[in-house]
Design a binder for this molecule. Sequence first.
Ligand SMILES: Cc1ncc(COP(=O)(O)O)c(C=O)c1O
Length: 426
Amino acid sequence: MTPKRKIQDFSGFSNEDDKAIFNLEKDYGAHHYDRINLVVRHAKGCWLTDENGNKYLDCLAAYSAANPGHHHPAITNAVMDALIGNYASVLSNVVFTDPLGIFLSEVAKFAPQMAPRFGNHGNKALPKNGGVESVETAIKTMRYYGFKQKGIKDGRQEIIVFDKNFHGRTISIVSFSSSKKSKEGFGPLTPGFVSVEFGNLDQVKKALNKNTCGILVEPMQGEGGMIVPPRGFLKGLREIADENDLLLVCDEIQVGMGRTGKKFCFEHENIVPDGVILGKALSGGLVPLSVFITNAKIMDMVFSKGSDGSTFGGYPLACVAGTASLKVFEEEKLAEQAERKGKILKAKIEKIAKKSPHVKEVRGQGLFIGIEVKKGNAMEFCRKLLKLGLIVNDSHGHTIRISPPLIINEEEINFMVRQLEKVLVD
Ligand SMILES: Cc1ncc(COP(=O)(O)O)c(C=O)c1O
């Protein structure tokens, strides 16, 4: 455990002790998460603090939501200014707000020209709250494109997705999940999705038919086990989409915004998709904010007055956080930081792996690294690491996932590596 700090050195929301908090959630909450026994009272940078002042290095960063570190000062100040200045509150969607206009222009320009085969019209963005909502926007876009542009009969549109995908938890999205647990008993499920092996272009080609309108892909699978697709896979998808007039959409909710050492993970293969979904880190982890970005021509073809909407989607507080977070991303060169530090960290983990009787494989890009263990018991290692002051989790049971805030420093990396070595080399 890291050195104890005096209790008055950190703040918390309440004086309820940890046991009381466990019980409150047990008694009044749905039990849909397998939590570890830790109540976090304070989060700053890469560190989380408990009731007794014990500090834990956050090697998960809320699955990439806290990429710039918890409570990044510039983003926190922007949010506080908006609250204190009375321009944060949600407004009826009948009026314009300057936070939304400014955020849309920043985020649309943040991405390269999407779907360049449709012309250089710039990008447009449609904002929502949680990431899954923007995945739904992307699905609507692909389906409508199929209907309107390709003449597919409405209701027959099909989208190709990939085994072990993770795109969120709404009914339509879990309908094409490979995980039985996430959909069993929740039927009727949404039709219109065909799932094929991640990385297998032949299977994608075989799945094509006259009703196919799009391909939805995570350029690297996170929840699926930290899987980097075989080289050429994304390029191949781009070719298939071009040859068959399909929309190719990349879900970069977890792997975008610098996480894998590039601004967007699709850049590893130098492709440009037709649409991209961002969430999580888009607001610096302070408020829910996600977007679907596509070529202006496609956005205008698909969405017209009344065809979509969300009370909080694009509300001022989220937009202020989003604009501040995009600025931090550029100013602090978060993608470059992830690339540089990811190489150092991965090399150190690979060194441990050589000495470890437990490690099967180390994989990943940037600060998105998976350590697959031989016996499929990743969670056992995660629990040991918690006792040593590291917050990590498993991915698909067999892989320890490492995805710290991108601002992690050398000393923190070395701390992480020392603790990993303790549990992986015994
Ligand atoms: C790749 C990917 N897509 C979609 C989602 C869903 O985002 P949210 O939980 O914000 O709805 C996640 C969340 O982990 C994700 O990793």
